[in-house]
Design a protein around this ligand. Structure first.
Ligand SMILES: *[C@@H]1O[C@H](CO)[C@@H](O)[C@H](O)[C@H]1NC(C)=O
Ligand SMILES: *[C@@H]1O[C@H](CO)[C@@H](O)[C@H](O)[C@H]1NC(C)=O
Length: 215
């Protein structure tokens, strides 16, 4: 397994796993804080405003639904992509765990798209000058990505945010290993843009999971 970029991504995880126990309680509190609708924060002074005015205030100034999502995505490499990917699937108050699941589903969708591309290219070796050996390595890596994301759906269903974060980082390691197989073979990767998008979508999930883990 290549250790260049992957090791940079894994280093903070190795360090954090040493102190995970200490942070277990604060991270749960963080999740609760984030899931509170922002509109709950500024309560008008009851003595100076009557009930009708209070109701009117709430109606006139609805909190933007994207505010909590922007906070959740703020550590991502591509915060805008992170928000744009997830926002269409959030109805009502933001549940950060739902947000992660949407991000993971988006990553899975891109994984399936690349897997299909790899299958097509492998099935028609005469159609391109693509490195067949690199394609085979990538087919294995993408199969591992599918397994990893499925496992992560299960661990997040069990509310193990920290375990999901640690294990989800493998997605980027597999994605890098696929790119490296082409780099080492010296031929261009035929799904360069999708590979990059997968990297960014996976990175978004990691950033949110890190945030929810309290780091
Ligand atoms: C993933 O793909 C399915 C099927 O095309 C689609 O219904 C779903 O909305 C996609 N999920 C995300 C998060 O983009
Ligand atoms: C993380 O992956 C390891 C190895 O596959 C597995 O044993 C462990 O149960 C996973 N952890 C979680 C929280 O899913």
């Amino acid at each position: 397994m290549e250790l260049n970029k992957s090791i940079l991504l894994l280093l903070p995880l190795m360090c954090c796993s040493l102190i995970s126990g200490i942070h277990a309680v604060p991270s749960l509190r963080l999740i609760n804080t984030i899931s509170e609708p922002p509109s709950a924060a500024p309560a008008p002074a009851p003595s100076s405003i009557d009930a009708t005015a209070t109701v009117a205030n709430v109606v006139v100034t609805p909190s933007p639904p994207s505010a909590g999502l922007e906070e959740l995505c703020k550590d991502a490499d591509e915060p805008t992509l992170c928000v744009d990917t997830i926002a269409p699937f959030i109805k009502g108050a933001l549940d950060p765990v739902v947000a992660v699941k949407v991000g993971m589903a988006a990553t899975m969708n891109m994984t399936m798209k690349v897997s299909d591309t790899i299958k097509t290219l492998m099935a028609s070796p005469g159609n391109g000058d693509y490195d067949q050996q690199a394609l085979e390595i990538c087919a294995d890596q993408y199969s591992s990505i599918v397994d990893t994301i499925n496992d992560c759906f299960e661990s997040i269903r069990q509310n193990d945010i920290y375990g999901t974060w640690i294990n989800f980082s493998s997605v980027l390691s597999y994605q890098q290993a696929c790119e490296d197989s082409f780099r080492e073979g010296g031929s261009p990767i035929p799904f360069k843009d999708d590979s990059k998008t997968l990297f960014l979508l996976g990175g978004n999930c990691l950033a949110i999971l890190m945030h929810l883990s309290g780091y």
